[in-house]
Ligand binder design. Sequence first.
Ligand code: FDA
Length: 294
Amino acid sequence: MALSKNQLLNASAKKWGFKLGAGKVVAGIDTDGMIQSVKNLNSYGISATVDHLGEFVRYEHEAIEAKENVLITLQAIKQSGVDAHLSIKLTQLGLDVDQEFCLKNMQDIMKAAKEYGIFVNIDMEDYSHLQMTFDIIKQLQVEYDNIGTVIQAYLYRSEKDIDNLKHMRLRLVKGAYKENEQVSLQKKEEIDANYLKLIKKRLLHPGFTSIATHDHNIINAVKQFVIENDIPTDKFEFQMLYGFRIDMQLELVKEGYSFCTYVPFGHDWYGYFMRRLAERPQNLNLVLKSLVAK
Ligand code: FDA
């Protein structure tokens, strides 16, 4: 997890290019590659949430460059007509540089997205950025309704946040960052139980919910809950990351559930890739298999 934030390794990874198996879980390094991947998913009835990778930006010029890349991504989605929306991290848009500066960058993005009719999801990062992220979303909501965000089930405060965001489109996840016991549940069983509790609560509320998990136990419990409570399938969708549990992604579509795949792309793949390895060491299999295949 610490390696995922290492600036030196990140810079080197960009230079080395698209090696070490990242291509299995990252959908290309440019817009053309991403659009091809999304078209392929769409052909199976799967929509996409597209992330032009980048995070923990420290300088204004990097954030401006990231914003330009996001605007190009939006244009590509619009022009190609693919079924996709945007996922974005605020640290990529300068949250660590200055909050007002980040807000301004986001306003430019939201304006273009609104014009193109594209929904924008603000990903949730580590706890130190959480309140600032909610503050910026609140300001953006004054002007834009095409915005949603992510709730992390490992945080104690998440149930309250769900209550405060009843009508917003939300993605529910377990949570990907290492947080301390002051703010976050630590045991897997407790996190899983809270995740399911939040999903059920949310499904009984008005807003649209994306249930983002690769956990078959959670998915099976959700399937049972929606049948028992007559919850229509257009009220929620399942989400998984690009390249993960592809058979299960296709199976869920076959069963009639809405499905959306998170499609990360771009040169800045290192932090994303390392976090996936840290989360689930078995994901190293993906790397090893791709090295053997070369
Ligand atoms: P978890 O990793 O807990 O696995 C549970 C069980 O499922 C495993 O024990 C295994 O049996 C099975 N399993 C899991 N992965 C498997 C695989 N690849 N192959 C076979 N079996 C597998 N986090 C965050 O903090 N902010 C965010 O904005 C987002 N956004 C986001 C979007 C999307 C679309 C997804 C899928 C996830 C996120 N996350 C996230 C990450 C999330 O918080 C979480 O860290 C990961 O999804 C890992 O947790 P899972 O719920 O997938 O299962």
